[in-house]
Design a protein around this ligand. Structure first.
Ligand code: G6P
Length: 483
């Protein structure tokens, strides 16, 4: 069984949708497949999802499916010539009334009616992820007149951000609402909400998800300046979510690259503190879109995220549209494994000196304390209904694998995202109550994860179903009779 604790999220796209490539990605170790709803049709997503499930089953792997909603990315409209070239000092206008497909060297339309209200003279606007920058010099009833600060090519439908944030489109568009229904139909495991401003946006997404009949856990993409303006805003968003993504593309554009790394570290720390899983995303292996080897800077980026204890690192274009998708996954896996050898990723002071709120949390954390401090413990078994108990355990640093034993398809896939957690399909109700612990340990022996003489820490509840019931911690000696 794999021993890599840091999980890999790989975005699927044209470069990775063939059964051959997808199979190689699964064998190379992806834990979550991301379907980007900004591109592709529902039928394409359904076909990819089915293929992931079939190939994962073929290889006995549990790969979660994450649907990423497009969200209200604000974009310019189109140019008559598809593409223009702006020079520093040029005057350029953004217009809410200009025809949508007739942009020129001087003006382009934009589909965001509040643009004029939300922007003021002196604001900096960043187009195409900051490749082109302009400052607002003047505004009229339907246009912003800007001066180009950084020139470059500008083509159809490029994104636009304001430095400091504040372009306040609501987080869920009509397309997103339709895609939430699609996610329910596809039984996706995770659903990422793009550009949420605050907890209220996540609560709305949660309501729509419930109405659609989906059980997907919600991932808040942190990508607006508003979301990180202070601890209260960030923590509110994190607490309203099930998992968090550090979406560095737009976030970096809005807050500037100088602040980005510190904020990334803070988001990882706070997510773990609030018992949420966390994914670091965007450009982690960017040069591997065209090269078979990562740069030293990329190696360092991935390794540092692993050392900061992120649950997962993510590939975007590298696996969706690059020339080396399989190599990118292999490189990520290798670098994470290397980083995990470092002692700081194995010892923890998580919640030391804090009180716990719930019985199951207390038992889960006691299990980790026991496992980390009692030499000889080779595995942790968490009997779980929803994945919650192993989630709590995996917030604490450790080098001991946490095996999530669960009969439910949803939980089997969901835990694939959690750091250091591995799925074992197991139904406690298939055994008499006094044989469950023995059966669970036997399963790990069968998989080669433990052998006689090893110690195993096991948690469970008094009844063998129902979430939240964990109240028992056993320390078991493999080979001795177990009840
Ligand atoms: C399984 C076990 C129970 C345990 C529960 C915890 O159902 O058989 O004994 O109480 O998982 O589930 P949770 O969703 O809270 O991790």
């Amino acid at each position: 069984m794999t021993t890599r604790r840091t999980k890999i999220v790989a975005t699927l796209g044209p470069a990775s949708q063939s059964p051959e490539v997808l199979e190689q990605l699964i064998v190379a170790g992806i834990d979550v497949a991301r379907l980007n709803f900004s591109h592709g049709t529902p039928d394409e997503h359904k076909a990819r999802a089915q293929l992931v499930r079939d190939l994962a089953a073929k290889h006995g792997r549990h790969v979660a499916l994450l649907g990423d909603l497009q969200g209200p990315k604000i974009r310019i409209a189109k140019f008559t010539s598809k593409r223009i070239e702006l020079k520093e000092g040029d005057t350029f206008r953004l217009s809410v009334t200009h025809p949508r497909d007739a942009g020129t060297q001087d003006v382009v339309g934009i589909d965001y009616p509040d643009l004029i209200k939300d922007c003021g003279v002196g604001d900096d606007l960043l187009l195409d992820d900051g490749r082109v920058v302009m400052t607002v010099k003047n505004k009229t009833a339907d246009e912003l007149e800007c001066t180009v600060l950084i020139g470059g090519p500008l083509s159809d439908n490029k994104g636009i951000n304001r430095r400091g944030g504040g372009l306040t489109a609501p987080a869920l568009t009509a397309k997103d609402k339709a895609d939430i229904k699609l996610a329910a139909e596809m039984e996706l495991d995770y659903l990422a909400v793009s550009f949420p401003r605050d907890a209220a946006d996540m609560e709305l997404a949660r309501r729509l998800r419930d109405e659609a009949g989906s059980t997907a856990w919600l991932v808040a993409k942190v990508e607006r300046a508003e979301a990180v303006k202070d601890d209260e805003a960030l923590d509110g968003l994190i607490r309203a979510s099930d998992a968090v993504m550090v979406a560095r593309g737009d976030l970096g554009v809005e807050i500037g690259d100088a602040e980005l790394v510190g904020i990334q570290k803070k988001i990882i720390l706070h997510s773990r503190r609030y018992n949420k899983a966390v994914i670091v995303a965007t450009q982690m292996m960017e040069s591997m879109i065209t090269n078979p080897m990562p740069t030293r800077a990329e190696v360092s980026d991935v390794a540092n995220a692993a050392l900061d204890n992120t649950d997962a690192v993510m590939l975007s274009a590298e696996s969706a549209a690059g020339a080396y998708p399989v190599e990118a996954v292999k490189a990520m896996a290798r670098v994470c494994l290397g980083a995990e050898k470092h002692p700081i990723s194995q010892k923890s002071s998580h919640r030391l000196g804090k009180t716990f709120e719930r019985c199951d949390e207390s038992v889960a954390l006691a299990a980790m304390y026991t496992a980390n401090h009692f030499p000889g413990v080779k595995a942790i078994i968490s009997l779980t209904e929803s994945g919650y108990s192993p989630l709590i355990m995996s917030r604490l640093r450790s080098s001991i694998p946490i095996y999530a034993f669960t009969p439910h398809r949803e939980a089997q896939a969901r835990v694939a995202l959690f750091r250091g957690v591995y799925t074992v399909p197991f139904d406690p109700l298939a055994y008499p109550a006094d044989k469950v612990s023995q059966a669970a340990v036997d399963e790990l022996i069968k998989r080669g994860a433990v052998e006689p003489g090893d110690w195993v820490v096991l948690t469970k509840g008094d009844s063998y179903h129902g979430t939240g019931g964990t109240n028992t911690l056993k320390v078991l000696h493999v080979g001795d009779p177990i009840v």
